[in-house]
Design a protein around this ligand. Sequence first.
Ligand code: DX5
Ligand code: ZN
Length: 217
Amino acid sequence: MILSPSLLSSDFGRLADELAALEEAGLSWVHWDVMDGMFVPNITLGAPIIKRLRKNSKLFFDVHLMVQSPERYIGDFVDAGADMLVVHAEATNHLERTLSEIRRQGAQCGVALNPHTPLSVLDYVLDQLDMVLIMSVNPGFGGQKFIPFSMRKIEELSAMIKGRGLKTLIQVDGGVDPENTPELVCRGADVLVSGSAFFGHPPYRQRHEAFQAAAAR
Ligand code: DX5
Ligand code: ZN
């Protein structure tokens, strides 16, 4: 299991220190929540901030674009140093073109699905994806409660991926904590995003170990 801490719950006034602390604590991924105030109500941060912080971090930058028409910004985020760009299926009219463009520009690509969005939207694009992000809360805010039907969705997606002989990662985002981690991993999750349940419980090394121990159960 890969844990990707969501910076949404970190101290935005000390982002450089937070990134250094994650690396120091043995994390390998970090999750950036980019919100545009249109696709979701909040506005967070954009490519210039990621670009500046990229200079001093070796972490894998997992960038979750909660942005309407994300195709407008692919170049900016790849140039900023995103390793993986995840776009919402609900936010773009031309999903296949958006994904091809992300890959053409040299980043890994993923599709995020809101809780109500069926897996069938992935049918024709699944084999070009590095990751699928199952939203287990409605996006836009940290600290929300995990939506229980997400478990079934993860299991069905896992079967779909295995059935096609693919290696696509399954990421789960929203309300993830060490208590639901064992079941998430059991159902097929590979990458867990955690905001409040991670940053609210320092020190980070011990908290990461708690998630990993839960995943191993
Ligand atoms: C929600 C974001 C999440 C959020 C998760 O819109 O996509 O990444 O930070 O926060 P928690 O783990 O607190 O639910
Ligand atoms: Zn996210």
